[in-house]
Write a protein that binds this ligand. Structure first.
Ligand code: PRP
Ligand code: ZN
Length: 291
């Protein structure tokens, strides 16, 4: 690391739902991050970037204060903290819902039935706003963790917590009943980073990589051989194949057709491609698509 070199700091969740997807995204951008799982601070070896592993709830504050320049955190956490940070990009992973969950044998049937009852949550701001908008007078019990045991301890009649697979709720005898908010992982930035020229330059370089890698997600590179006169039919089978690369082959009347295709779409149309004469179909993963 050179003396005085500008580096960009990015905060991710230390251990939790977003950790491995956040690391996967950064690694897919070509960043070498070899720190141990428990390390709070990992300098990247091939890009002027340092990784901070923090409690997700603390990330908005650190980014707001400029301790970290960037952060990857749930939209839910950003909204709950209500701090001014730049919303850069929604990342498409860590999709979950903030939900009001009820004990299996609760008498509560409708949202309205919650009126006059107690609801425990680590998201008091979002929850209170939601209940107020719905006109429900609930006592919001603010907890800092382990909300799912609140009904068992009789400190609440319901909880409001994140539900992803629903396992945590189920294991604690609760069922998710009403959705308050849907959420996913979001890239946030400190407001000043974007106006500091040296940091901005690093930010822009990193964004090209992140966007390139997000563009590639769920897509595959498709190559196949086909008779020349099948190209129009191939195009009608795969709408995305509007302007494929078509290269003549040494064999008379045959061409190679290349294109990017959505992974799901490929398996749906594979038989049809064969049906119109495509052969030697090869599908390969894409690392990045830079527009
Ligand atoms: C959330 C929530 C539950 C879990 C739900 O935790 O508090 O514990 O995820 O997921 P499931 O429906 O798949 O079981 P989060 O990752 O936000 O961590 P934290 O609450 O410890 O910050
Ligand atoms: Zn959390």
């Amino acid at each position: 690391m050179e003396q005085g070199e500008t580096r960009i700091k990015i905060a991710i969740q230390k251990s939790g739902r977003l950790t491995s997807d956040s690391l996967d995204l950064l690694r897919a951008c070509g960043l070498e991050l070899d720190g141990q799982k428990q390390t709070l601070y990992t300098p990247c070896r091939n890009f002027p970037l340092d990784l901070l592993a923090l409690r997700d709830d603390d990330i908005p504050q650190y980014v707001h204060d400029g301790v970290a320049d960037l952060g990857i955190v749930g939209e839910n956490t950003v909204l709950e903290k209500g701090l001014r940070v730049e919303r850069v990009l929604d990342l498409g992973f860590g999709v979950c819902r903030l939900m009001i969950c009820l004990p299996q044998h609760s008498e509560v049937r409708t949202l309205r039935d919650l009126d006059g009852r107690r609801l425990a949550t680590t998201y008091p701001m979002i929850t209170s706003r939601f209940l107020e908008a719905e006109g429900i007078g609930c006592e919001v019990v603010r907890l800092s963790g382990a909300v799912e045991i609140a009904p068992m301890l009789d400190i609440a009649d319901a909880i409001c917590d994140l539900v992803s697979t629903g396992t945590t709720a189920r294991l604690n005898g609760l069922y998710p009943a009403f959705t308050v908010l849907t959420s996913q992982a979001r890239l946030i930035a400190n407001e000043n980073v974007l106006s500091d020229p040296a940091k901005r330059q690093l930010f822009d370089r990193l964004m090209i990589r992140i966007q390139g890698s997000l563009e590639a997600r769920g897509r595959r590179y498709l190559m196949m051989n086909a008779p020349c006169d099948a190209v129009d039919e191939l195009r009608s089978i795969i709408p995305a194949l509007k302007s494929p690369t078509v290269v003549p082959l040494a064999e008379e009347g045959m061409v190679a057709v290349h294109s990017v295709i959505a992974e799901d779409a490929f398996w749906d149309v594979m038989e049809k491609l064969k049906g119109v004469g495509a052969s030697d179909i090869v599908v390969v993963p894409i690392e990045a698509i830079i527009r």
